[in-house]
Design a protein around this ligand. Structure first.
Ligand code: NAP
Length: 282
């Protein structure tokens, strides 16, 4: 059996074509261009690259991005003031605060200051809680991107045993809740889990969100499983040892080109939605 490749790059490109048409429709009907405000605090090169990639994605679909760059020594109060200002600005439809922020800033307080209707990266506690309860809210971009990828390839989730390795607020935890909402039976594993290998051996769906290169070994994964790797490390490897799996699992996300492109795609997908909703909200 040759594994179905869950091609996030191709899906993201296809979705961008659809999003471009939706942005054009917003412009035609309102004269407005949807705007994503991106906030970068400090000068971390990786964060700067991510913010640039997000701005480029906006440009590709005809949206605008408003780049807010703040110095490393920014305080929590200063960042909160900027977020409140963007919340009140009717020209801004979505707000992205690039993680991580410098250590002196209370990142959680700043995430939670983002207005729910502009939380297009899905980082607020309120948005998480609403998603968990099955109420409408923008999903956290990486796990939501994974769900969109699984859905696009018609991967059955109901009744399947999903094992999510990792429980971070931006990935593992929301991932587990989204899979639960899709009627999977979910096990969440983390650094204190006993017998991780045993849990993974029983999984129909494995999501690797550990942050350690090829930490999840191919031999732990059963034949016919669906394998989702959120990791990306130097050398082009993920959190799962994918190489030996390609001819014995049902489906697999490649690294790179699987989960990664879906994260930014979900951010702009949700930003376009926020732009459309703002047209209908007085
Ligand atoms: P994180 O905040 O460092 O969380 C890692 C999680 O892995 C934690 O919950 C930790 O458990 C768990 N873990 C660590 N060692 C473990 C072990 N030995 N056994 C079982 N679990 C263990 O990382 P993250 O931000 O969620 O990111 C996870 C991965 O996804 C990384 O490779 C990152 O690069 C990638 N990622 C990709 C995207 C994308 O756009 N493609 C976006 C975000 C993240 P504890 O909670 O017990 O510490």
């Amino acid at each position: 059996m040759s594994a179905l490749i869950l091609d996030g790059k191709a899906l993201a490109q296809k979705t961008e074509t659809e999003l471009s048409a939706r942005v054009a429709a917003i412009k035609a009907s309102s004269g407005l261009t949807p705007i994503l405000a991106t906030i970068l605090v400090g000068d971390d090169p990786a964060s700067a690259t991510y913010v640039k990639m997000k701005g480029n994605a906006c440009t590709r679909i005809g949206m605008d991005s408003m780049k807010v760059e703040l110095p490393t020594e920014t305080t929590t109060e200063q960042l909160l003031a900027k977020i409140h200002e963007l919340n009140k600005n009717p020209a801004v439809h979505g707000i992205l605060l690039q993680h991580p922020v410098p250590h002196q800033i209370d990142e959680r307080a700043c995430f939670d200051a983002i207005a729910l209707n502009k939380d297009v990266d899905g980082v607020t506690c309120l948005g998480f809680g609403r998603m968990a309860m099955g109420e409408s809210a923008y999903g956290c971009a990486t796990p939501k991107g994974i769900m969109r990828l699984l859905e696009a390839y018609n991967i059955p989730l109901a009744g399947k045993h999903a094992v999510v390795v990792g429980r971070s607020p931006i990935l593992g935890k929301p991932m587990a809740l989204m899979l639960l909402n899709a009627n999977a039976t979910v096990t969440i594993c983390h650094s204190k889990t006993v017998d991780l290998e045993g849990h993974i051996r029983r999984a129909d769906i494995v999501v690797g969100a550990v942050g350690k290169p090829e930490f999840i070994r191919a031999e732990w994964i059963k034949d016919g499983a669906v394998v989702v790797d959120a990791g990306y490390h130097p050398g082009g490897v993920g959190d799962i040892e994918l190489g030996p799996l390609s001819d014995r699992v049902a489906a697999i996300t490649p690294v790179p080109g699987g989960v990664g492109p879906m994260t930014i795609n979900t951010l702009i997908y949700q930003s376009v939605d926020a732009g459309e909703k703002s047209l209908h909200t007085p």
